[in-house]
Design a protein around this ligand. Structure first.
Ligand code: HXC
Length: 257
C-alpha cells in the first residue's frame, strides 16, 4: 500500500498511522479520508495486527477538515455527495484503536480523535470545535460525540464559542484517558497499544462492541447484550487458554480462536 497523506508502519502487532500533511497542519481532505479508509480496513483484516495508533505531528494532530477544499462547495455538492460519510468506514473498524493527540485537534481533528476508542493526550494538546467561526457546525460527529464524552454544558459552550480546551481540562472532563509529557506521547501510546495487543483478540473486539453499545442501548438491553457476548466467548479456545493460564500461573498464549 502506498499513501501520500499518511504514513503507515507496523511495529509488531501494532499499526502506527501518522497523518502527514505538515504544510496544512494535517487538515483532513478527501485524499486523507480515502487513505485512512484503506489503512483502517487493512488493519482490521490483518490477523497479525491487534491495535492501531493514529497520531499527527507535535504541533497538530489535525487542524480540522480542509477548509480550502470545502470553501467553494455548494449544498448540492455536500448533500448530494454525502460529504464526510466516508468516516462511517473508519468508525466501523472492529478492532481497537487509539488517538495520540499532540497540539491542535480542532473541528474534524477533534472529531476524528473522538472516533477512536481511547484518546491519549500530550500536555500541549488543544481540543476544539471552532466550526461556528466558519459559519457552519461540526460535521463529523462533534456535536454528538462531544456531548457523550463531556456532557452538554461544556460541549454546548465549546460548539457555540469555538473555544479550545487544553489537555488538563480535557482529562478532567473525561475527553481523554490520560495526559502525558509531550515528548513521551508516542512512546506512551505505543505502550498502551502493546498492552491491548497482548490481550485475547476476540475478547478485545467484544469489549469494544459492549462499551460502544452503551451509547446506543438502554441499560437493560446493554447488560443483556454484554451477557450474551460474555457467554459466547465460552465457545472460544482463548477462554479455555486464558483461564487455564491463570490457574497454571503463566501468561495466556492467544490464538484468536
Ligand atoms: C486547511 C489549514 C487548516 C484547515 C490550518 N491550515 N488549518 N488548511 N484547512 N483546517 C493551513 C493554513 O491555511 C496554513 O496554510 C497552514 O495550515 C498553517 O496554519 P496557520 O494558520 O498559519 O498556523 P497557526 O498560525 O499556527 O494557527 C494554527 C491554527 C489555525 C490555530 C490551528 O491554523 C486555525 O485556526 N486553523 C483552522 C482551524 C479550524 O477552524 N478547524 C475547523 C475546520 S472545519 P498556508 O498555506 O496559509 O501556510 C471542520 C469542520 C468539519 O473541521 C465539519 C463542518 C464543515
Amino acid at each position: 500500500m502506498s499513501f501520500e497523506t499518511i504514513l503507515v508502519e507496523t511495529r509488531g502487532a501494532v499499526t502506527l498511522v501518522r497523518l502527514n500533511r505538515p504544510q496544512a497542519l494535517n487538515a483532513l481532505n478527501s485524499q486523507v479520508l480515502g487513505e485512512l479508509i484503506t489503512a483502517f480496513a487493512a488493519y482490521d483484516a490483518d490477523a497479525s495486527q491487534r491495535c492501531l495508533v493514529i497520531t499527527g505531528s507535535e504541533k497538530a494532530f489535525a487542524a480540522g477538515a480542509d477548509i480550502k477544499e470545502m470553501s467553494t462547495q455548494s449544498f448540492a455538492d455536500m448533500y448530494g455527495g454525502n460529504f464526510f460519510a466516508g468516516y462511517d468506514h473508519v468508525t466501523a473498524t472492529r478492532k481497537p484503536w487509539i488517538a495520540a493527540v499532540s497540539g491542535f485537534a480542532l473541528g474534524g481533528g477533534c472529531e476524528l480523535a473522538m472516533m477512536a476508542d481511547i484518546i491519549i493526550a500530550a500536555e500541549n494538546a488543544k481540543f476544539g470545535q471552532p466550526e461556528i467561526k466558519l459559519g457552519v457546525t461540526p460535521g463529523m460527529g462533534g456535536s454528538q460525540r462531544l456531548v457523550r464524552a463531556i456532557g452538554k454544558a461544556k460541549a454546548m459552550e465549546m460548539c457555540l464559542t469555538g473555544r479550545m480546551m487544553d489537555a488538563a481540562e480535557a482529562e478532567r472532563s473525561g475527553l481523554v484517558a490520560r495526559v502525558v509529557p509531550t515528548d513521551q506521547l508516542l512512546d506512551e501510546a505505543l505502550k498502551l497499544a502493546e498492552t491491548i495487543a497482548g490481550m485475547a483478540p476476540l475478547a478485545a473486539i467484544a469489549v469494544k462492541e459492549e462499551v460502544d453499545a452503551a451509547f446506543e442501548m438502554t441499560l437493560k438491553e446493554g447488560v443483556r447484550f454484554e451477557r450474551r457476548l460474555f457467554h459466547s466467548l465460552f465457545g472460544s479456545a482463548d477462554q479455555k487458554e486464558g483461564m487455564a493460564a491463570f490457574v497454571e500461573k503463566r501468561p495466556g498464549n492467544w490464538t484468536g480462536k
